[in-house]
Design a protein around this ligand. Structure first.
Ligand code: GTP
Ligand code: MG
Length: 529
């Protein structure tokens, strides 16, 4: 696997975890160390001997070197500063790397059989000298390979397994467990102890780590298994890539574990429950907005507009008076009615279903993500988001309010002008009846009523026509108004649903998206060690 791609994967995991509010300090340290390590030569790798005091780390180094490189003794603890043993020909090349490791005691070797390796003999991890352990812990993140040294007494110690093997094992690609002082075991027990150690390592999830039995005190002849492992000729570049890849993978996996996505990414809140909550919130919000009231306003506004155009001279007058006195604004103003939604009640009850949903989901949300989800469910924040969603909906819709109009109204309006003209004519006619001495009026014979004077018939017919026109206008305007009101109501409902979904579910979707991204990054890193 390409190391650059692996480190990129870690970057993606860190970015995703950051947006989830997960602490990424450890992962960032791993990333920074990897960045530093790749700048040093990759044709020499650093192997550290790590273990408890007295297991024979220094003796192992001396046996490898065939000389007394690091003091070994029965005194406990012996080694307090790291000692490096490196190929003489690489000394200049790795000088900076050794300085980066903070190692000052350096010895050279001329052997090339072990390959391009720098061996570090480290202080112990379990003596009373606490600073020894601190030195090991500081160096471990920087070394490329590890030989975990144990002995027949300490091979199942908790310190070795819980504190070191279990924690560091997954981050190191090239490692071996060396059971030194094997000469203390009766020959018959050697295999049993090896098996025992193997099952112990299995518990640490380190099934594949090789085990070597050694007798460092016997010098070269006692460390054949370890030497064999060292001489396997694994390219140092591969060791380094494997190490940095394994660290990156482990760091990303830890982030994934905290985000609850190490296995699969189940949404934080079940989709069906989310939908139900959004529906309930929208219903509550619509109740506050008062969609029925909006529809009444829309019908009234349509009628007012129809009256202006289709009610003749009188209608035009009354609509003008309506507008002037502000009655139109109060009773026939759908946009204003919407904008005034704040005055009709609180949003607290509307947000309740969502708050309940988030609260009930909280226990199943991974601990590291709880602060984020809890922040989403804070009542004030929910109300604010909902209120903004409504305001945005209302303003967009209010801008688009166009009271419908119809050519039919103009035709009716013309009819009403004719009716008014005929009324005036009839009135004049009546006046003439009183003013003229011998008015010439015909009459028409009607059934039951008998002869009825023509002006009366005209007046009655004109009044009837006026009434019919007015009724037609009212019915038509009412029909258009209701149709429009329904459409406006539906528009607002849909728009509000979308906006509420965005306002409320978007933050949850973002969390889920970040978790998916994190899981994806971890899958990329799967092949990195
Ligand atoms: N019997 C036996 N004793 C050994 C063997 N290897 C080392 N020793 C002895 O174990 C003691 C401790 O060895 P060291 O090499 O100093 O152990 P260390 O792990 O470096 O100890 P610290 O530096 O304190 O961490 C010494 O007295 C060695 O002689 C071995 O294979 N068999
Ligand atoms: Mg030592």
């Amino acid at each position: 696997m390409n190391l650059a791609r692996c480190l990129e994967g870690l970057d993606e995991a860190i970015a995703a975890a950051d947006s989830l509010g997960i602490d990424t300090t450890a992962a960032k340290t791993v990333r920074a160390l990897a960045n530093e390590r790749v700048r040093f030569p990759s044709d020499v790798y650093v192997l550290a001997l790590v273990g408890g005091t007295g297991v024979g780390k220094s003796s192992l180094l001396n046996a490898l070197a065939g000389a007394n490189v690091s003091a070994a003794s029965a005194r406990r603890p012996t080694t307090s500063e790291a000692v490096a043993w490196l190929p003489a020909e690489k000394r200049a090349e790795v000088a900076e790397l050794i300085a980066w490791l903070g190692v000052t005691q350096v010895h050279e070797h001329a052997t090339d059989r072990l390959g391009p390796v720098t061996v570090l003999d480290l202080p112990d991890t379990d003596s009373i000298a606490a600073d020894h352990r601190a030195r090991v812990d500081a160096l471990l993140p920087r070394v490329d390979a590890v030989a975990w040294v144990v002995d027949p007494e300490k091979y199942s110690d908790d310190v070795a397994h819980t504190d070191y093997l279990r924690t560091w094992g997954p981050r190191i690609a090239r490692q071996i467990v060396v059971l030194n002082r094997a000469d203390l075991l009766p020959a018959a027990d050697a295999d049993r102890v090896r098996d025992d150690l193997r099952s112990r390592l299995r518990l640490d999830a380190l099934d594949d780590v090789p085990i070597a039995l050694t007798r460092a005190r016997d010098g070269a002849s006692g460390i054949a298994e370890l030497r064999g492992w060292l001489e396997q000729g694994v390219e140092s570049k591969r060791i380094l890539t494997g190490r940095l890849g394994a660290s990156a993978r482990d760091a990303a996996l830890e982030l994934a574990r905290r985000a609850g996505v190490e296995a699969d990414v189940a949404p934080l809140v079940e989709p069906a429950r989310r939908e139900r909550a959004v529906g309930d919130v929208a219903k509550g919000a619509l109740a506050v907005i008062d969609i029925r009231g909006l529809e009444r306003h829309a019908v009234a506004a349509t009628r007012l507009s129809a009256r202006g155009r289709g009610a003749g001279p009188l209608g035009a007058l009354t609509s003008a008076i309506y507008r002037l006195t502000g009655r139109a604004r109060v009773a026939a103003d759908p946009a204003g009615h919407l904008r005034r939604w704040h005055t009709r009640g609180s949003l607290a009850p509307a947000t309740e279903p969502l708050r309940e949903l988030l609260q009930s989901a909280l226990p199943s949300v991974p601990a590291a993500l709880r602060p984020k989800v809890a922040a989403l469910s804070a009542p004030a924040a929910l109300e604010k988001r909902l209120s903004e969603a409504i305001d945005r909906t209302v303003t967009t819709e209010a801008m688009a309010f166009r009271v419908p109009s119809s050519a039919v109204w103009s035709v009716i309006g013309v009819g009403q002008y004719v009716v008014t003209a005929l009324l005036i004519f009839a009135a004049l006619w009546f006046v003439s009846l009183f003013v003229l001495e011998r008015p010439a009026t015909g009459s028409i014979d009607l059934p039951i009523l008998g002869p009825v004077p023509s002006p009366v018939i005209l007046l009655a017919a004109v009044l009837l026509a006026g009434y019919l026109l007015a009724t037609a206008l009212r019915l038509h305007a009412g029909w258009r108004g209701r149709r429009w009101a329904r459409r406006v109501g539906m528009l607002i409902t849909n728009e509000l649903n979308t906006r509420i979904r965005d306002a409320i579910l978007l933050p949850l979707d973002e969390l889920d998206a970040a978790r998916t991204q994190l899981a994806r990054a971890v899958r990329v890193l799967d092949n990195c060690a």
